[in-house]
Design a protein around this ligand. Structure first.
Ligand SMILES: [Ca+2]
Ligand SMILES: [Ca+2]
Length: 217
């Protein structure tokens, strides 16, 4: 079975990229491996119908009601990281509290980076993980990898990219931390099971944090 990817099956939504007819599930799986746009397949063993599916950027994803869907499964290289297949990325939640800079360093020491949220889709996919931690453990605040420390008012992700997509809370960013002047780091805040937003906050505050990497077994 060498070279054959591991697949999970679950109900998901996606966009149909290509549809062909093949004799076996493995042929269908190999087609997916050969396509950059393939996030998973649908295969109907009765008809041989093989559909290459791409999960595309954006909140609204076309409904695929064809039946069973297979998606590629990867394992994260480093223990503690959790594979999020929709993002093809590994995420780690750190529970001990550190300043933003120390949180950033901790991620790097563990071969990752503080989480960046460049798109609405990424936030949408991550939210259930955060909401679960809020629901079960009451955890509300997380450092993520954005700051305006280099230039006040211009928020950048730690990879140097400008923050273009954002989910700022009402009246944020305000360069203030609960009324105390000075706030250069993005704090992720869970308000409730249905509401979450970003606030700029004092980078010296100690919070839990989220790291990300793309290193797989
Ligand atoms: Ca600021
Ligand atoms: Ca603020």
């Amino acid at each position: 079975m060498e070279g054959i990817p591991k697949w999970d099956s679950m109900d998901v939504q996606g966009k149909i990229e290509t549809a062909i007819t093949v004799d076996t599930y493995l042929q269908c799986a190999r087609c997916c491996q050969q396509s950059d746009a393939c996030d998973g397949i649908f295969y109907n063993s009765t008809t041989g119908y093989c559909v290459i599916i791409e999960i595309f950027d954006g909140l609204v994803i076309n409904n695929v009601s064809l039946g069973k869907f297979f998606r590629l499964k990867k394992n994260c290289l480093y223990s503690g990281y959790e594979y999020i297949w929709q993002l093809d990325s590994c995420i780690m939640f750190y529970y001990s509290h550190l300043t933003w800079s120390d949180s950033k360093l901790r991620c790097v020491n563990d071969n990752g980076n503080l989480l960046t949220i460049e798109t609405a889709r990424k936030e949408y996919i991550l939210l259930p993980f955060l909401m679960e931690k809020f629901e079960k453990q009451g955890l509300r605040f997380w450092w993520i990898g954005g700051t305006d420390a280099a230039q006040e008012g211009i928020f950048r992700w730690i990879n140097g990219e400008n923050v273009t997509y954002s989910n700022w809370d009402q009246s944020q960013p305000d360069d203030s931390s609960d009324g105390i002047p000075g706030a250069d780091c993005i704090r992720y805040l869970i308000h409730s099971m249905t509401e979450a937003a970003w606030r700029d906050y004092d980078c010296n505050d100690q919070l839990r944090s989220i790291c990300e990497n793309k290193m797989f077994l």
